[in-house]
Write a protein that binds this ligand. Structure first.
Ligand SMILES: [Fe+2]
Length: 311
């Protein structure tokens, strides 16, 4: 493990709001306003083919915040732009980070679809439940480096965002529960929920990977308790005692107010997270009766142009 890199990922004094907010760079909004209708269409429908990107100090700062501590950044665009302009601003920021993944569509609208993830194997992003702390993607072969979220409508009640840092959890486990940490670095099965895949005992058994690992990209944490427990249940296996202890300790650590950041996204807010060490959660939410003002976030999965996990 690269010790220096690991210490650069840790939150020193969490949670502290100073580190991750910035206002929309005028270079970006000005550039979006200069785009033709065809260019906007290309940016939103085939973003990876959109090559005429702008760059500048803002881009360097953005990447630095995402690849080292704090690993997350909130950009306040303001409420005044139209939905289409906000989507274009967001798309441009996403492309300035890397290439976009198309598993759920390049830009996936996170809205309540009236579904229940405890009754069928669907992503919690299609419900209005609390998600629990997790990193995105339960598929062994694909991991987004960065997760992006654009808030178009915050919803009526709830739906707060919560962020915590798994690099700090790693240190906590290393000091207090090294035997549990050792188990969490071995392959652990997860349920299979990605659209277009088969949910079977065989596919779940194959979908096994560690919670903590150190691939060439560096410290990586892949966690969602619910899909680990449902994988064990569906395959008829008993959760090892040490794994239960690890899940309990993880949830306990993440639920300590000293260790997480909580805030509510407002219209026009753009949030980027490093999905390798920042773990996210959402409180349950309620919409009001207006269909047009349903809580709507636009999610994007982004990988570095050099990444080998683009599919
Ligand atoms: Fe998520």
């Amino acid at each position: 493990m690269n010790i220096d890199l690991h210490s650069a990922l840790r939150w020193k004094n969490p949670p502290d709001s100073y580190f991750f907010t910035c206002i929309l760079d005028e270079v970006i909004s000005g550039y979006v306003e200069s785009l033709t209708e065809n260019e906007k269409k290309l940016l939103l429908e085939n973003p990876n083919d959109f090559d005429s990107l702008v760059s500048g100090d803002w881009q360097e700062q953005l990447l630095l915040k995402l690849t080292t501590s704090p690993g997350c950044i909130l950009i306040k665009s303001g409420e005044s732009f139209s939905d289409e302009t906000l989507r274009c601003i967001y798309a441009l920021y996403c492309r300035s980070i890397g290439l976009l993944n198309n598993r759920y569509g390049y830009f996936f609208d996170v809205v309540d679809q009236g579904l229940d993830y405890t009754k069928q194997a669907i992503p919690v992003s299609k419900t209005r439940s609390s998600t629990g702390y997790h990193t995105d993607s339960t598929a062994k072969e694909y991991l987004p480096d960065i997760v992006g979220l654009l808030c178009l409508h915050p919803g009526a009640v709830g739906g707060d965002s919560l962020l915590t840092n798994a690099a700090n959890l790693y240190d906590h486990l290393l000091q207090n529960h090294p035997d549990v940490l050792e188990l969490m670095q071995k392959p652990i099965i997860r349920d299979v929920i990605t659209p277009g895949t088969t949910n079977s005992v065989e596919s779940i058994k194959e979908n096994a990977f560690p919670i903590f690992s150190f691939p060439i990209e560096g410290f990586t944490f892949r966690y969602m308790r619910y899909w680990i427990e449902s994988a064990y249940q569906k395959t008829g296996q008993t959760l090892p005692t040490k794994l239960i202890q690890g899940l309990e300790e993880t949830d306990h650590y993440f639920s300590n107010p000293d260790n997480y950041l909580q805030f509510k996204l407002e219209r026009g807010d753009i949030l980027f997270l490093n999905n390798r060490f920042i773990c996210h959660n959402r409180t349950a939410f309620e919409n009001n009766s207006s269909k047009t003002l349903q809580r709507t976030l636009v999610r994007t999965w982004i990988n570095s142009e050099k990444s080998e996990v683009l599919k």
